[in-house]
Design a protein around this ligand. Sequence first.
Ligand SMILES: CC(C)(COP(=O)(O)OP(=O)(O)OC[C@H]1O[C@@H](n2cnc3c(N)ncnc32)[C@H](O)[C@@H]1OP(=O)(O)O)[C@@H](O)C(=O)NCCC(=O)NCCS
Length: 167
Amino acid sequence: MDKRGGFKTERLFCRGIKPEDARIIVKWRGAPENTRFFLNPAPLTLKRHLEWFESYEDDPGRIDFLVTVLRSNENIGTVGLKNAGGGVWEVSYMIGEPSARGNGYASEMVKGACSYAALKLGAAALKAVIHAENLSSIRLAERLGFSPLPVKDGYFKDYFLAVKTNG
Ligand SMILES: CC(C)(COP(=O)(O)OP(=O)(O)OC[C@H]1O[C@@H](n2cnc3c(N)ncnc32)[C@H](O)[C@@H]1OP(=O)(O)O)[C@@H](O)C(=O)NCCC(=O)NCCS
C-alpha cells in the first residue's frame, strides 16, 4: 500500500498523512465539535498521535488522507479507509475547519475515497459507522448512495455502499 500517494477530486487534493501533519490533526481532534459523535471522542495528544503514526505506517489495513482545497491550499480535514474484512472498507471523515463545512467538500472527499478504495484497494463495499444523532453525516452518506442497515444499538448505525470495480 502506497501511504504517500493520494487522489484528486474536482476541488480537493487528498494525500496520505505525514508526521508533519500531526499538529493540525491533533488540533482538529481536540475540538469537541469535531469529535462529539466519534466512537472515541477523547482528545489526542501530539505524543499519542506520533506513537500511533509509527504503527500506522506499517499497517496495510489503513490509510488516512489529509484534505487540501486546491484553489486556496487550505488544509480542511481528513478522510480515512480501514479494512473491515471480507472486502469491506470502513470510511471515516472529518472537516476539521468548521468554516469549510456546507460546501460539499466532505461529500466530494468521501466520494473520492470510495473510488480510491474500489480501484486501488479492491474494495467490494464501503461501510460507514455513524452516530444516530449525527444528522449531517447521515445526510452525507445517504446522498452518496449508502443504505442504512438495521440499527445495531441505540447510538451507532451501519451504512453500506456496494461499490463496482471494473469487471
Ligand atoms: C459530517 C461532516 C463531515 C459533514 O460536513 P459538511 O460540510 O456538512 O458536508 P458536505 O461537504 O457534504 O456539505 C453538505 C452540505 O453542503 C451543501 N452543499 C453546498 N454545496 C454543495 C456541493 N457542491 N455538493 C454537495 N453539497 C453541497 C449541501 O446541501 C449540504 O447541506 P445540508 O447538510 O444542510 O444538507 C462534518 O459535519 C464534520 O466533519 N463533522 C465532524 C466529524 C464527524 O462527525 N464525522 C463523521 C463521523 S461518522
